[in-house]
Write a protein that binds this ligand. Structure first.
Ligand code: ATP
Length: 357
């Protein structure tokens, strides 16, 4: 999958930009604050409906502008074309697919982007939410019924939380929602575990190349409630406690997964660089697993490559992606030496982007 044309209006400092990236390697070079990250952020927004940067969605809209739009022409490896767009006017976000309004989830299913950026080590170092998002993005692209199941779970969760907040004590009011939570939680857990099993095969391959000093790797899933009872039984037993907290404290919305190594069993054993390389291994594994199912690689964005990895690991990562024939969008203040021969270079300056000939 690749972006053939990308147009952006009023996203941060990008006032009105159109870029036609090459099918392979593309490098966006510019000074700090020029708008390089914002360009990759636009591509990521199309594929996730949110930014990879922390912070308010409001900050995406250019100061003083009333609307922002991102539009891309995507080409699949089999030649199929899709026109995808995402816009915000006032407080409303709207997605478009081939000229028609579409739910954002449909946009996300059409446009697959994997991103490595300065925040990516959060996948290893930060809280469970980041890891659940990563996991669910992967499952969503592999198991097409996952979104419906997840929505059913969320709907039942919302109902149970309303009862808890209202201080309802009648068990009969909770039962239908707890049954629904139990049913959907089991299926969500099976799919997530199955996805992690498949991911592990590829993570093992990439960590052997990127951090061989850490030995073998394991991925452990924690389902979000104890193993000895079903979720339905757990929730029934927890009602009074949950009422005190005002929300449901157990279930797959509290799940987590962790990476541990033979010679670094705890996350605290990893250096910052090893956290980043572990995140790279997970992201590459996710991209390759996507390719195994979809028959093509996702678009890969790498923000600020040079400041994230040393030159040996940069060359290793770029080599892997080059072999995969993925479309790659890289940003940096300079072009890494390993890319000088075959990348299409763009210059980004004060929110303007032009090809470097
Ligand atoms: N809502 C906004 N409206 C206008 N400008 C904004 C807005 N949000 C951020 N900016 C500006 O947009 C510019 C682009 O930032 P961006 O992070 O894309 O730059 P960059 O080239 O990746 O920089 P660095 O190399 O420092 O990471 C910055 O100068 C920032 O101050």
């Amino acid at each position: 999958m690749r972006v053939e044309k990308l147009s952006i209006q009023a996203l941060r400092c990008l006032d009105d930009v159109t870029v036609e990236p090459a099918p392979g390697m593309n490098v966006f070079i510019g000074a700090n604050g020029a708008g390089k990250t914002s360009l990759l952020e636009a591509v990521f927004l199309l594929s996730h409906g949110r930014s990879f940067r922390a912070g308010a969605r409001d900050a995406l809209l250019q100061r003083g502008a009333s609307a922002l739009t991102i539009y891309a022409e995507l080409v699949r490896d089999d030649g199929q074309r899709r026109r995808v767009g995402l816009g915000r006017e006032g407080q409303r976000w709207q997605a478009r697919l081939d000229g028609q309004s579409a739910p954002i989830s449909q946009l996300v299913s059409e446009c697959a982007v994997v991103s490595f950026d300065p925040g990516s080590h959060a996948l290893i170092a930060a809280g469970a939410e980041e890891r659940r998002r990563f996991l669910d993005w992967g499952v969503f692209h592999v198991e097409h019924d996952f979104l419906d199941l997840w929505r059913r779970y969320q709907r039942a969760l919302k109902q149970r939380n309303s009862l808890l907040r209202a201080g309802e004590t009648a068990g009969s009011l909770y039962l239908p929602w707890e049954r629904e939570l139990d049913d959907t939680a089991q299926a969500i857990t099976v799919w997530r575990k199955h996805y992690l099993d498949q991911l592990l095969v590829l993570v093992t391959k990439y960590v052997a190349q990127l951090v061989p000093e850490l030995g073998s790797v394991a991925l452990r899933y924690r389902q979000g409630w104890g193993d000895e009872w079903s979720l339905g039984e757990t929730l029934a037993a927890q009602r009074y406690r949950d009422m005190g907290r005002g929300h449901t404290t157990q279930g797959p919305h509290r799940a987590d997964w962790t990476v541990s190594y033979e010679y670094a069993p705890l996350r605290e054993h990893l250096s910052r660089g090893q956290e980043k390389l572990t995140a790279v291994a997970c992201l590459l594994a996710q991209a390759e697993l996507f390719a195994q199912h979809a028959g093509e690689w996702p678009i890969v964005c790498i923000d600020d490559l040079a400041s994230e990895l040393d030159q040996i690991h940069q060359a290793g990562l770029v080599g892997q992606l080059r072999d995969a024939h993925a479309q790659i969008l890289i940003s940096g203040t300079d072009c890494p030496p390993s890319l000088r021969s075959d990348a299409l270079l763009f210059h980004v300056e004060q929110g303007r982007v032009s090809p470097l000939l």
